[in-house]
Design a protein around this ligand. Structure first.
Ligand code: SAH
Length: 687
């Protein structure tokens, strides 16, 4: 069956009706899912198996039958472990239908049909009794319902319900317990993801400073979790202010309460500094004694031998509502508040206990300044990147004249203010959404520019001469950046917008950036390859059904798609030189014909070709460019990526491995096509 879905095309900006197979969403979900990454997580799998074996033995030693409830069985892995460990029967619950179907097949293929019953339901719908889904309550509860924040996937309400209705009192639980750890740090880099720092502009008539509206300074931000590969954050990018502290634990073998609550710990800074960030991670004990422990602790906390790379569980960065100067040795209270699904943190200086209790702010953080709705964390980081801002300043100084009439097209950009300070006669900014209009208004007010820069809330195609006070635009600027872009080339929307406003431009208009280019490089990933690579067998269980299912979903569209990843978090080595594959001339309008590029790229260094990375570079002027991708390659061929942007990754369907240079295939051939009508880039690679 096909259905029509309406959506705005991120590149062309046009509303379009796309015919979508009804299965598209679930294929996307499987293709982009974390199942493969979990099955590759050896450390997790081994420890679950040990924990499950130990739990089954304990039940058997008591002379009881081992009845297992596995909530969120996925591939059926944990139930198969239990059955192999001697469990008498397993109820494997899975809410996602395609996965439940896969679990049935996998269970059968591995010969556990008589021991495992797969139930395609949400656990809260499962019934117990002679006619129910389960004959009786289980005495072993096995789950893996955790996300990086531990509780974000609904583990607490699921456990709460299971203890009330699905398992016996005093049941065994694998994992037995989870513990959340925190550490207080100061980090300009991470703080720059949440607050806008003052921007200094050296103009001809002296130094100017762009400041944030005061509402922004005191805004608690948004509650969504900030989860990152903290192991990629060099220790030089943050200062540790406290020891690692245990924030709270959840015992899964006892009734669990999911209702909102808070936890409070006392801590003494080991160093004076500015408390800004709470770093957090968790571990799980698979058994009551805590001997089988699986931890997400970052590199400076645990020994490197315990290291397991994984992407389905990372570490969390929490932003305190305000930065707080703290002194070494002073008494502080750190409070973690949580609702059913998320956590947030507060820091208080120690005072009377009663006073502190009254202080706990239980409601979750809500952005009051709207900037946190307009700019996500990487975008804050990008706007705070002084090197980047300097490039824009330098290039604006080159192109602006005293009679310049300037139009800016980018979402929530600082460029209009820069253009004003750098001498444009008049500045207009086109803002696409009510939120960006409102944030820009606040900024202009805070900087006394409300009469100097005019905000136009319109789409480019509906721009009229009265909007521009009947003036023609002599300088058109964009970063470009649009909140709707997911893949690097979606910001080519600037080109379409430029085309739509052509009648408002002077004949010798300057467009900044004057052009853009798409670049590509073949890489070997240190770890990221795991998320898209087949598993075959996992702890002795055949999970190829899952591999086939993922492969089928990846190939669901005629041409495979590239996916966005923030590569600063995922180390890789270059195997080829970077190559410019397409260029886009913003001085001209978008052409009718497609732009395409074919050729071959030489593999110069030995390694595994996992895929191609693609990114955009913007040529602000003839000699000033900005890269949203590659920044540098080290002598060892390690790549350094722009830390504020996601790059596009195209995973090859088969990996070529070369141990020596002589058995290197000389090249990878590619064909890349930019369809100017649809704004889509199709690509094909042959190894
Ligand atoms: N147990 C598997 C898969 C874990 S992923 C393994 O360890 O490899 C978690 C799975 O739980 C997902 O497939 C999700 O769809 C499912 N799930 C989450 N909450 C659930 C609930 N309350 N009831 C049923 N399934 C649930």
């Amino acid at each position: 069956m096909k259905t029509f879905c309406g959506r705005a095309n991120p590149t062309t900006g046009e509303m379009e009706w796309v015919e979508e197979d009804e299965n598209y969403d679930y294929h996307q979900e499987i293709a982009r899912s974390r199942y493969a990454d979990m099955l590759h997580d050896k450390d997790r799998n081994v420890k679950y198996y040990q924990g499950i074996r130990a739990a089954v033995s304990r039940v058997k030693e008591r002379g009881e039958k081992a009845i297992v409830l596995d909530i969120g069985t996925g591939t059926g892995l944990l139930s198969m472990m239990a059955a192999s460990a001697g469990a008498d029967f397993c109820y494997a619950i899975e809410v996602f239908k395609p996965m439940a179907n896969a679990a049935v097949k996998i269970v059968e293929k591995n010969g556990f049909r008589d021991k495992i019953k797969v139930i395609n339901k949400h656990s809260t719908e499962v019934t117990v009794g002679p006619d129910g889904d389960m004959q009786c309550r289980a005495n072993i509860l096995v789950t893996e319902l955790f996300d990086t924040e531990l509780i974000g996937e609904g583990a607490l309400p699921t456990y709460e319900h299971a203890h009330k209705y699905l398992v016996q009192e005093g049941c065994e639980a694998v994992p037995h317990r989870a513990t959340v750890y925190v550490q207080l740090v100061e980090s300009k880099r991470m703080w720059s993801w949440n607050k806008l720092f003052p921007v200094h502009v050296k103009a001809e008539d002296g130094e100017k400073m762009i400041v944030s509206p005061s509402e922004m300074e005191n805004c608690p931000g948004v509650p969504s979790v900030c989860d990152i590969q903290l192991n990629q954050m060099p220790s030089s990018d943050f200062t540790i202010l406290s020891d690692v502290v245990t924030m709270f634990s959840v015992d899964f073998g006892k009734p669990v309460r999911s209702a909102s609550t808070y936890y409070r710990v006392q801590l003494e800074p080991v160093k004076s500094g500015k408390a800004q960030i709470v770093l957090s991670w968790w571990d799980i004990d698979m058994d009551p004694s805590g001997t089988i422990n699986c931890t997400m602790a970052p590199y400076w906390v645990k020994s490197t031998s315990a290291f397991q790379w994984r992407d389905h569980w990372m570490q969390c960065v929490y932003f305190l509502p305000n930065e707080e100067p703290v002194l070494q040795g002073e008494k502080l209270y750190l409070t973690a508040c949580r609702d059913e699904y998320s956590l947030w943190y507060n820091l208080q200086k120690a005072r009377g206990e009663e006073e502190n209790k009254a202080d706990v702010r239980v409601e979750s953080p809500v952005c009051r300044c709207q900037a946190h709705l307009l700019w996500n964390r990487p975008r804050f980081g990008e706007l705070n990147d002084q090197n980047r801002t300097r490039q824009y300043i330098k290039s604006l100084m080159r192109v602006l004249k005293t009679d310049s009439v300037c139009l800016c097209i980018s979402d929530g950009s600082l460029l209009p203010m820069l253009a004003h300070y750098l001498g444009a006669k008049q500045v207009f900014t086109l803002e696409n959404s009510a939120v960006s209009c409102s944030v820009m208004e606040k900024f202009f007010k805070a900087n006394h520019l409300e009469d100097k820069i005019k905000i136009i809330e319109a789409r480019p195609e509906s721009l009229t001469s009265p909007h521009l006070e009947d003036k023609k635009i002599s300088v058109l600027v964009g970063e470009p950046f649009f909140t709707t872009s997911l893949l690097p080339w979606h910001n080519l929307y600037f080109w379409y917008a430029r085309t739509a406003v052509t009648s408002h431009l002077t004949s010798n208009v300057t467009v900044l950036p004057q052009s853009a280019s798409l670049h590509m490089m073949i890489v070997e990933f240190q770890d990221l390859w795991r998320i898209r690579s087949p598993c075959g067998t996992c702890e002795g269980f055949d999970v190829r059904t899952m591999d086939d299912m993922i492969k089928n979903s990846l190939n669901f569209r005629e041409s495979k798609e590239a996916e966005p990843h923030p590569l600063w978090e995922y180390p890789c080595k270059s195997l080829s030189d970077p190559l410019e594959v397409l260029t886009f001339d913003f001085r001209k309008t978008v052409p009718q014909h497609c732009l395409s590029s074919e050729g071959s790229v030489n593999l110069l260094w030995k390694g595994k070709s996992h895929g191609a990375v693609l990114w955009m570079e913007y040529h602000l002027t003839a000699d000033i460019s900005i890269s949203t991708g590659l920044m540098q390659i080290s002598n060892e061929k390690n790549c350094e990526w722009n830390p504020h942007c996601k790059q596009a990754v195209y995973f090859f369907s088969s990996v070529i491995e070369s141990e020596t240079l002589s058995d290197l295939p000389s090249a990878v051939t590619y064909a890349i096509n930019f369809n100017t009508k649809t704004g889509e880039i199709a690509m094909d690679f042959k190894l």
